[in-house]
Design a protein around this ligand. Structure first.
Ligand SMILES: Nc1ncnc2c1ncn2[C@@H]1O[C@H](COP(=O)(O)OP(=O)(O)OP(=O)(O)O)[C@@H](O)[C@H]1O
Length: 240
């Protein structure tokens, strides 16, 4: 479904993403993990075409999309919910959701299905999104991406700024996408939730992938080691 090879993304001279490669199959649920500044958002935005890459390749459904615009990638079924939600604050929930249909991809998602998936939005249908709670904004942002009927949904920090109860609700909604076979790549800082929710965990450290495993083959301790680069320091200690 999604293939990234040897991707480098730079801000000036700074290599925020370095030589990253990964393959994600159709229906995979993958959690991207890593400390602040590890390069997760940069990677996701580059995959979605929201950020230019320095070198490497991105393929989606076996088409090279490396130089394809972000809107063309959405048309092909690759949709990003960015960190910070980026809604149009003066527009209503419904109007924001309808923006997702402008790409005119066919599929099962409709306004009514979004409201059935995110029942907390029903009463807020005609409210301006600038006046919504964090959880309602997050649901609207995810709903807007779903309205484009994506084959692959990329979610950057779904839990950011939400209370644990609301995070549970958002995840329960995302969970229902698993059955529809949607491929999901998401950033999740809560390691236990990432292990529980996803098939695979990919951990980044300083722009590189340091762990890529099925969640059934790893555990919190191993991911924590990768997260802090502890294996690396042990290796360095041994070589000193
Ligand atoms: N616009 C930018 N200009 C320059 N450097 C940037 C820019 N955006 C990010 N960076 C730097 O690139 C690195 C990776 O940032 P990125 O936001 O991708 O990390 P992240 O893993 O998503 O972090 P967080 O969990 O805090 O969102 C960081 O060192 C960050 O300071």
């Amino acid at each position: 479904m999604l293939s990234v090879s040897n991707l480098d993304v730079r801000y000036g001279q700074f290599r925020a993403v370095q030589g990253v490669s990964m393959n994600i199959d159709q229906g995979d649920i993958v959690s991207l993990i890593g400390a602040n500044g590890a390069g997760k958002s940069t990677l996701l935005r580059a995959i979605a075409g929201a950020l230019p890459i320095h070198s490497g390749r991105v393929s989606f459904k076996q088409h090279d999309v490396t130089t394809t615009s972000s809107s063309a990638r959405v048309k092909q079924g690759l949709s990003l919910v960015p960190e910070g939600r980026r809604l149009f604050a003066d527009m209503t929930v419904e109007e924001n959701l309808l923006l997702g249909t402008t790409v005119k991809r066919s599929g099962d998602w409709s306004i009514e299905r979004i409201f059935a998936t995110f029942p907390n939005l029903v009463k807020r249908r005609h409210a301006k999104t600038g006046n919504l709670s964090g959880g309602e904004q997050q649901a609207t942002a995810i709903g807007r991406a779903l309205m484009s009927n994506p084959d692959c949904l990329i979610l950057d920090e779904v839990s950011l700024g939400l209370s644990p109860l609301v995070v549970d609700q958002v995840y329960a909604s995302i969970d229902s996408l698993k059955d529809a076979g949607t491929t999901i790549l998401l950033v999740e800082q809560d390691l236990e939730r990432a292990i529980r929710f996803s098939h695979r965990a990919i951990c980044m450290l300083e722009g590189k992938i340091v762990l890529d495993k099925l969640t059934s083959d790893t555990n919190k301790e191993e991911i924590t080691h990768a997260y802090f680069g502890l294996q690396q320091s042990k290796h360095q200690e041994a070589s000193q």
